[in-house]
Design a protein around this ligand. Structure first.
Ligand code: SF4
Length: 687
């Protein structure tokens, strides 16, 4: 039996794992000593490997290229030569007929790795000629990137997962670590064991609330009012670090003026959190020697998410909790390589290494390296804008790589209708997903475990991952498929391995330059920035107290609270919030095909509701219910749970039957274009 060291593909924690391989089959997994996991794994890490052996539980693995010659015809298996030429010819026709910006592409925040994302964005920009490339960060931590870039100049976590256990106060806002990142949750628990104070802001009594010193159960949709009240208390009670604020921040006067009216008593009326608890929370946070504010989708999946992220970074700035170990801001990225897809240019406004597409010097550098002229200079279309752009006749083709928008994007009826309206859809996948079923061409790709490369974990950590087994069937690595497409479209792309791609991107991105394959293999973990070959990487940012804003100072920002976009009324009286399921990852393409994980939870999906709401509606635990919103109707199984708040219901988004995104709305944050998944008005009925 052989042990192959790799990185778990199921969340941004970046846990190192050994796959146990015998006769070219994976037969098990065991934890390795990674920087973030230190010999521990959660259940997805332990049991999330047997999809590689293709047990055909949910759907079979894709093994041959598929094409449909017309929308009404069935898929037929064809050779790679025919599939690539069919797809390349159609994309070229659409490009010539409607222009490069009529084509939309995605990166992938899942298993393919950083090199494949780099190649895909290069294909979009250098071959197609568009910045229309995006990925699922748009529907999760897009607001964290947008907000932190404005206030601190860098959209990533400021400190490391490893440092959390030594912080003296962990302030958790809208983040259910035990479900989203169980190994990060272990760090919070260790911090508690070492004496840290724990503050939790969440409408539900989540797992971390059980160990909290203070749990603030705010009403759904009131984040901004609570954050403003926190700032008010820090200023009113002189709890802030005046020296840090004077030297390293700007905007204090406007900030003070905005939060002045958010007294704890005023905020209590909006948020439902007792004024005294708001004061206590800030005394605890500001009184700690070091404090970390952590957040997840409970902060970002709102129509005012970017403002709230700016507000949370303001709390860290006010208390001087930046630029030193075990403190800072921690937007904990969900998918295993969502940080990497952002880092390597799968964004409509950024070239790799966060070099703006609007920067002429950056474009010139990439043009020279890629041997093209006139790279597009205007930001492209965001993922969540696709349905409306299709409806407006501006998008005609979609090349979807390792994402499943027909299952995970909001308002699925509109998403699926827009995909039917497109002239041509390519899907590059490992399983026959909902999206793949709607495509004209399906390219079968290798999976995690069958290819190698580099992932970026949620704290900017680069790690190599390795191939454990030979793939079955006629499948190819993602970077190779995209390279074949580029070549067929007249731009020869001839990489022979992932290291060649990595070395090309390092040369073009100063913040990654020093992170070579050899160094990663030696150190195991390198956090960017890593600007030169002798640099060890950067566990925490802003050590010199210089922020990457135009002035070099951190921006204090506050703005008025706005209520959610959707309205609850007599017809739709309950608030639906979408959440995660601990045993499954994303839309279950991988974990749904793992025996142990599938037995933990299976379709239909469930809806969690408070016993008082259930009783009023005549609903019993585990019974089937119908849930309807202004957009659709689904069925699910009731899960009565008094750890959640009355008036709200919660559904995980993994299920084909009980797909909660048939109910969610496409209300977007105006800056990040992230949907308000956390607030849809619904009606629940017993059936
Ligand atoms: Fe995998 Fe995340 Fe679990 Fe670690 S915490 S084993 S990375 S799913």
């Amino acid at each position: 039996m052989e042990k192959v060291l790799t990185v778990c593909p199921y969340c941004g924690s970046g846990c190192k794992i050994n796959l146990l391989v015998e006769n070219d089959q994976v037969i098990g997994a065991e934890p390795a000593q990674g920087v973030t996991n230190q010999g521990e794994l959660c259940l997805k890490g332990y049991y999330g490997w047997d999809f590689l052996n293709d047990p055909k539980l949910l759907t079979p693995r894709l093994r041959k290229p598929l094409i449909r010659r017309t929308r009404d015809s069935a898929f037929e298996e064809v050779s790679w030569y025919e599939a690539i030429n069919f797809a390349a010819t159609r994309l070229q026709e659409i490009k010539h007929k409607y222009g490069p910006d009529s084509i939309m592409l995605t990166g992938s925040a899942r298993g393919p790795g950083n090199e494949a994302n780099y190649v895909m964005q290069k294909f979009a920009r250098a071959v197609v000629g568009t910045n229309n490339i995006d990925h699922c960060a748009r529907v999760c931590h897009g607001p964290s990137v947008a907000g932190l870039q404005v206030t601190l100049g860098n959209g990533a976590m400021s400190n490391s997962v490893e440092e959390i256990e030594n912080t003296k106060c962990v302030f958790v806002f809208g983040y259910n670590a035990a479900v989203s990142h169980p190994i990060v949750a272990r760090r919070i628990l260790k911090a508690k064991e070492k004496g840290a104070k724990i503050i939790v802001c969440d409408p539900r009594f989540i797992e971390t609330a059980r160990i909290a010193d203070l749990w603030l159960p705010l009403k759904n949709g009131t984040n901004m009012a609570l954050v403003n009240a926190f700032a008010h208390v820090l200023l009113e009670e002189n709890l802030y670090d005046k020296d840090f604020v004077a030297k390293y921040t700007e905007g204090l006067d406007d900030y003070k003026a905005t939060v002045a009216k958010y007294t704890p008593e005023y905020a209590e009326k909006i948020t439902g959190v007792p004024a005294q608890q708001i004061r206590e929370a800030m005394r605890m946070y500001a009184g700690a020697e070091t404090a970390t504010v952590m957040w997840g989708m409970g902060v970002t999946q709102w129509s005012q998410a970017v403002d709230v992220v700016k507000g949370l970074s303001g709390l860290a700035l006010l208390t001087g909790n930046l630029g030193k170990p075990s403190c800072g801001v921690a937007p904990v990225r969900g998918q295993n390589n969502v940080q990497g897809a952002c880092d390597h240019g799968a964004l409509p406004n950024m070239l790799p290494g966060y070099q703006p597409v609007t920067d002429a010097a950056a474009r010139a550098k990439f043009e020279k390296a890629w041997g093209v002229s006139n790279l597009p200079d205007k930001p492209g279309v965001c993922l969540t804008e696709v349905p409306k752009m299709v409806k407006a006749g501006k998008l005609k083709a979609y090349y979807i790589f390792g994402e499943d928008p027909a299952q995970t994007d909001p308002d699925l009826h509109e998403v699926r209708e827009s995909m039917r309206d497109l002239e041509f859809v390519i899907c590059q996948e490992i399983f026959m997903t909902k999206t793949a079923m709607m495509a004209d061409v399906v390219f079968p790709a290798t999976s995690w475990g069958e290819h190698e490369g580099v992932y970026s974990s949620c704290d900017r950590g680069f790690q190599r991952f390795y191939k454990a087994i030979e793939p079955q069937g006629d499948v190819k690595p993602d970077w190779e498929i995209i390279s074949l497409m580029a070549t067929a479209m007249g731009y020869p792309m001839k990489y022979s391995n992932t290291q060649e791609i990595w070395d090309e991107l390092r040369e073009l991105c100063p913040i990654y330059y020093g992170a070579t394959y050899e160094k990663m293999a030696g150190l195991g973990y390198i956090q960017w920035p890593c600007p030169d070959l002798d640099h060890p990487g950067t566990p925490y940012l802003y050590a010199d107290k210089k922020f990457q804003t135009p002035s070099g100072k951190g921006l204090l920002f506050a703005c008025e609270w706005r209520p959610p976009m959707e309205k609850v009324d007599a017809a739709y009286p309950l608030i639906l919030s979408t959440v995660r399921e601990v045993g499954h990852y994303s839309c279950r393409t991988m974990t749904g095909n793992c025996h142990a994980l599938q037995t933990l939870a299976d379709e239909p999906g469930y809806i969690s509701m408070h016993s008082k709401d259930a009783k009023a509606l005549g609903i019993s635990d585990q019974h089937l219910v119908s849930i309807s919103s202004r957009r659709g109707k689904i069925i699910a199984r009731a899960d009565i749970d008094d750890r959640i708040n009355e008036g709200a219901v919660y559904m995980t988004y993994q299920w084909w039957v009980g797909a909660c995104n048939e109910l969610t709305a496409e209300h977007l944050d105006p800056i990040s274009k992230t949907p308000e998944y956390k607030y849809s008005a619904v009606k629940v009925e017993a059936i």
